[in-house]
Ligand binder design. Sequence first.
Ligand SMILES: Nc1ncnc2c1ncn2[C@@H]1O[C@H](COP(=O)(O)OP(=O)(O)OP(=O)(O)O)[C@@H](O)[C@H]1O
Length: 261
Amino acid sequence: MPEPALATNHGPAALAAGSILYLDGVSVSFDGFKALNTLSLVIAPGEMRTIIGPNGAGKTTMMDVITGKTRPDEGAVLFDGSVDLTKLDEAAIANLGIGRKFQKPTVFENLTVFENLELALKGPRRTFAVLLASLTGAQRDRIDALLATIRLTERAQALAGALSHGQKQWLEIGMLLAQEPRFLMLDEPVAGMTDAETEQTADLLREIARDRSVLVVEHDMEFVRALGCKVTVLHEGSVLAEGSLATVQANERVIEVYLGR
Ligand SMILES: Nc1ncnc2c1ncn2[C@@H]1O[C@H](COP(=O)(O)OP(=O)(O)OP(=O)(O)O)[C@@H](O)[C@H]1O
């Protein structure tokens, strides 16, 4: 039998094969302005990655492309090595196990913390009728585990509306985790949090990244440092630098972009 044509360990196909998320040469234009400009990025299974970059660098557009909200003009966007996300709608992409947390928490303020998680649990009936049906022991255990992960065990019966801003963010992370995502994106999760909450959020994210890939878009450099993962710097829709936080902070081009020189 002849050898397969792609019997190389180096080409794009090989890079994509071992990845959870693979972006190659992705461009998006709005009225001729390139919000993403041949962006390439590879995230490994189980990896946590932070994306930083000045305002307008393309971070939101990149997440919109991954979740199917925005279609790229060109380029490859593959999930799990081979699933072409540019061919799927937002619901299908969410069903693949790609979760996204927006900056502002969106929890049901008039329900308890427990009920919010109950609603979010993976299942065929994600409606309020779920709250009337009794929980199985396994579902109850799952909610208890989620409460522990998001540090809200003590607040399980509190109304979500009574939580602090940081706790609301954790609850929403718990609601996303309830859907068992394989790849979770978070947009500035610690904006508006106290220092103590920010520190706990870094611990929380490191914990959840043990079982899934996590991408964090962030401006808070202390938080980025606490996450301790590889950092990608976006600028004008492309990758400007990539590496440890110390490496990218020492990069001349990164310094120029951030200081506006
Ligand atoms: N729907 C749109 N129509 C026109 N221009 C857009 C649209 N969405 C984004 N842009 C432009 O594309 C560029 C990249 O925007 P994007 O929101 O992706 O950047 P960002 O890195 O998320 O910035 P920020 O940190 O401010 O949120 C910006 O110049 C923005 O004005």
